[in-house]
Design a protein around this ligand. Structure first.
Ligand SMILES: NC(=O)c1ccc[n+]([C@@H]2O[C@H](COP(=O)([O-])OP(=O)(O)OC[C@H]3O[C@@H](n4cnc5c(N)ncnc54)[C@H](OP(=O)(O)O)[C@@H]3O)[C@@H](O)[C@H]2O)c1
Length: 271
């Protein structure tokens, strides 16, 4: 019997991770689901259990703790005996004017959005190398390629993920390990819903209407898993926008400042 493919999804207790689990389960993949909120994971795992079929493995972990991040990979491999896909999706968002975010909070952003990924990837490589194959999906953000006001530290953590992924992608290919980076724009999940807006200046644009659904981002992750695309933007038109912003950074600054004009003057009184 051909063994079922195994995917480990971090941050599966809500939003994009939750929808990705549903999608890959429908494709018949074996799943390991991890996050801090175990009751949520249990609910999802129960939903995804099918008669006579195995249920997803639930691993409660705080992946900002290096040993716990490594352990989720080790436990997945110990349970299933293989690891075909690692989806590094867990992440946190903190937004405020740069000087209003304590450095300790910026470090927290990096612990979850970047360093946890270093730990899971380093733990997964030996297993995937032994198998001769494996695929790693990194969930970045549109701000992995273009920073925005009031999210400089978050963007920096997602830029770091981009550099890590591009470098590793070439290094790991000879070992049979491939990598995808999925870059969602604003997505309708708990992340924007739970954001502390009192830390943002008055006039900060809501962006509500431009958000995509978590299902749509999950479909992009599903595509990345199937076709091993190197980079997928959601929605797709973020990609040409980023090309323009890269070619013409001053123009991009001007256009972005225009979009944030009601929020920015409060923080640039001398300009
Ligand atoms: N929503 C957006 O607008 C947007 C846009 C671009 C990129 N993204 C990225 O997409 C990814 C998923 O975000 P989402 O929108 O689906 O947000 P979400 O609904 O808030 O989900 C975040 C997930 O990460 C988990 N998580 C956070 N910190 C963790 C920790 N220390 N240890 C273990 N798990 C942790 C959360 O689980 P627990 O709380 O249960 O631990 C949750 O399952 C993130 O990397 C985010 O940066 C989101």
């Amino acid at each position: 019997m051909i063994p079922k493919k195994v995917t480990l999804i971090t941050g599966a207790s809500s939003g994009i991770g939750w929808e990705t689990a549903k999608l890959l389960s429908a494709r018949g993949w074996s799943l390991a689901l991890t996050a801090r909120r175990k009751p949520r994971l249990d609910t999802l795992a129960n939903k995804l259990c099918r008669k006579g079929d195995e249920c997803p493995l639930v691993i409660e972990a705080d992946i900002s703790q290096p040993d716990q991040a490594r352990a989720v990979v080790e436990k997945t491999f110990a349970h299933f005996g293989r690891l075909d896909v690692l989806v590094n999706n867990a992440g946190i968002l903190r937004m405020a004017p740069f000087m209003a975010i304590p450095v300790s909070e910026m470090r927290e952003l990096f612990e979850t959005n970047f360093w946890a990924t270093i730990e899971t990837v380093r733990a997964a490589i030996p297993f995937m190398e032994k198998q001769g194959s494996g695929h790693i999906v990194q969930v970045g953000s549109g701000v992995s390629r273009r920073g925005l006001p009031f999210m400089a530290a978050y963007a920096a953590s997602k830029f770091a993920l981009l550099g890590l992924t591009e470098g590793l992608r070439m290094e790991l290919r000879p070992k049979g390990i491939t990598m995808s980076l999925v870059l969602p724009g604003g997505t309708e999940t708990e992340m924007p819903a739970n954001l502390d807006r009192s830390r943002l200046p008055p006039g900060y644009p809501s962006h509500e209407r431009s958000r995509v659904s978590a299902e749509r981002v999950a479909r992009a992750i599903g595509k990345a898993v199937k076709w091993k695309h190197k980079e997928i933007h959601v929605p797709w038109w973020n990609r040409p926008e980023i090309w323009i912003a890269t070619l013409f950074p001053s123009l991009a600054d001007r256009l972005i400042r225009l979009g944030y004009r009601q929020a920015l003057p409060h923080h640039t009184p001398n300009v």
